[in-house]
Design a binder for this molecule. Structure first.
Ligand code: TRP
Ligand code: SF4
Length: 328
């Protein structure tokens, strides 16, 4: 039985890393219970990088291949590109008419980002960036989604979505839009190989479906207990990145590894080798699916075309209702 409709999305950032798997695993599960729409937010990518659009198309493909290799199923969910379904932009325009600027200016993500990017010398004081949450509201409400799996950082945008839905419904005396609720994704426990937050920009990430060589190189570069100089020095696994990964990828052996590390009975090289082997095995099915899709690029185009079609049909229906309510 369907529990309702879900819409979620990501900006096209290219290949994803294993820290994203907790979000994707959750999407894969939700496919069984909800009518799902998963979207590549390419218009949203423009809000912060309008001056260089050269990578958006390639990044879209790479990210969709990761979604599919993680188990998103085009037979169950609509997997599509935001800009291909023009009703997102149309509904965004309608919402922009009825939203007070003050709502957007006080959105915490807006203030944070303008400041953060400003410090990096990037000026994003644009009309489009101010409207970022409204475009997101349109993404969600065009499918009348009642649930949105997101990370905590997106909660202000969801709050805005509910406010916009309420305002539209109140203003035109209708019940057209639901007030969607967040489904909070579990936070990934994985640090990057250097112990900081995992991020492609720090080059401390491991890609979904990484090759065996890449896994070995990245695991070898992981930070261990810095107090351990010689192989038989006693170590402290609690301060070691390798150990954090062992807990996730090699749970059966972690107790033993911790004890041996504390006694100086296992060296870091051997410990890393064990981890790399386990990670390689976990990554193998992702890698196979990724390679199959890379070898058959037409398949990805077909999936996205089918997703566009399914999403467009639903979006067109809502947009017709929106116009009808407005008396157009
Ligand atoms: N703003 C989201 C992010 O940066 C991406 C996004 C765009 C989104 N539209 C959405 C997420 C609609 C959920 C629902 O991660
Ligand atoms: Fe880390 Fe393993 Fe070395 Fe201990 S033995 S410090 S857990 S890599």
């Amino acid at each position: 039985m369907s529990k309702g409709t879900i819409l979620s999305g990501m900006r096209p950032t290219g290949r994803l890393h294993i820290g994203h798997l907790s979000v994707l695993d959750n999407w894969v599960k939700l496919q069984e219970e909800y009518n799902c729409f998963f979207m590549v937010a390419d218009w949203h990518a423009l809000t912060t990088s309008f001056e260089d659009t050269s990578k958006i198309k390639e990044n879209t493909r790479d990210m969709v291949i990761d979604w599919l290799s993680a188990g998103l199923d085009p037979g169950k969910s609509a997997i599509f590109v935001q800009s291909h379904v023009h009703q997102h932009a149309e509904l965004h325009l309608v919402f922009s008419m009825l939203t007070p600027i003050s709502w957007l200016e006080r959105c915490p993500t807006f203030k944070d980002q303008v400041q953060q990017l400003g410090e990096q010398g990037k000026d994003i004081n644009t009309y489009g960036f101010l409207g970022y949450p409204l475009l997101q509201a349109a993404d969600i409400l065009i499918y009348k989604a009642n649930a949105v799996p997101v990370g905590e950082d997106q909660l202000p945008h969801l709050e805005m979505t509910r406010e916009v839905a309420r305002r539209y419904n109140f203003m035109y005396d209708t019940k057209l839009f639901p007030e969607p609720q967040p489904i909070l994704a579990k936070v990934s426990l994985l640090p990057g190989t250097d112990g900081r937050k995992m991020s492609k920009s720090y080059n401390n990430d491991i890609a979904i479906g990484a090759s065996s060589e890449e896994i070995q190189t990245k695991v070898r570069s992981m930070i261990t207990d810095p107090a351990r100089v010689r192989k038989n020095d006693p170590g402290n696994p609690e301060v070691c990145v390798v150990y954090t990964f062992q807990k996730i990828y090699n749970p059966a052996e972690t107790g033993e590894i911790a004890a041996e590390c504390r006694q100086g009975a296992i060296g870091c090289v051997a410990c890393k080798k064990k981890l790399a082997e386990k990670m390689d095995a976990v990554m193998a099915p992702y890698r196979e699916r990724r390679e199959a899709l890379m070898a058959n690029p037409g398949r990805v185009d077909e999936i996205l075309a089918a997703g566009d079609e399914k999403a467009s049909a639903a979006a067109a229906k809502t947009m017709a209702e929106v116009r009808n309510v407005l008396g157009f």
